[in-house]
Design a binder for this molecule. Sequence first.
Ligand code: SF4
Length: 400
Amino acid sequence: MIAESTPDAPGSLYLHVPFCATRCPYCDFAIHIGDDHLHQAYVEAVISELDHLAPAGRPPAGLDTVYLGGGTPGLLEPALLAKLLGAVEAKFGISTGAEITIEANPTGVSEELCRSWQALGINRLSLGIQSLNDRALRWLGRNHDSAGAEAALVAAAKAGLENVSCDLIYAIPEQPTHVFQEGLERLLSYSPQHVSCYELTVEPNTPLARSIATGRVARPQEQDFIEQHRLARELLENAGLFQYEVSNYAHPGRESRHNLSYWQGGHYLAAGCGGHGFLSTSAAGRLGVEVDTHNVGVRYWNLRSASTYIKQVRTRGHGRRGFEAIDRDQAEVERLACGLRLRTGVLLSMPGQVAGAERLAQLGLVTVAGQRVAATAKGVEVLDRVTLELVTATPARQLK
Ligand code: SF4
């Protein structure tokens, strides 16, 4: 299901909360370590930015999804979360049955905390478990161990949270495939409704990238990527969690509605440092972001540093650092690239694409049903190639 939105009124809102207890060496998100004294000022700045964004539109039935991501939003005091969500409700409305997600790390997640989140309307928890092997968790620099992760899962279940997603990382050099399998099987014994399973990515300019460059730690191995990706799909699907997106698995009806709105090309608002939003040109115009109306949308992004963000919101009302107009060609490329990540695939919109899809189907990389194309399991493993084939089969002049 896609978040309900009209061209002028996005149905989804992302709120970035950058605070973390410790820095994981592989992380390149916009984060702040140990700046607890900033929490209050930061939440006030985000609320001010919501005032600025409100002219971009109030969906008729209120927001369909709100996503508190980070960083570690679970570190915010419930009273500050209440203030933030209260402001969201006041400025945009939140629809009945909306999906409201909070990301948290296992450390500090208790039954009591889960209950307090539920009392605020938060109905989905995304838990950064990453591994259930202590050696792998130490290698990742996580500040929890496997017992802490399992305790958090038990706490969420006891609190009655019925929509829990677990993040896992695979192809960790310290975690051979049989250890990854043991951890995944143990995780499945807790019956999570959703699992996000990402390969370890070495982002440039992270402590992990530097450690690999100096030979201090091993580089993730290509063979582990493929082997563990296949194993994850088999174990998760056998447990009834279907791969609805390349890296995401869910019981039917428990797919992330918020993330689906991104992958299905929906418009969404974002507030907070490091946030990225995507608006229609008319909605963006009301925020003072002027682009030619032949474009189909505007992507904007905020300052990454929380303290700079707070200062700018105080003086200018928003934390925006930049924006770009998205024209039809770019939108089409993004539509294909995102749609191909989904099990349901994407609709082809022009003859060149159909010919490209038929070539890929002969290689067993996609299935084609009418105008809809979807990557096969084999195609998912070479998705960049599949996407490129369809994009190059889409002459730019046909997009005008
Ligand atoms: S907890 Fe998440 S956001 Fe925070 S440093 Fe680790 S990976 Fe980054």
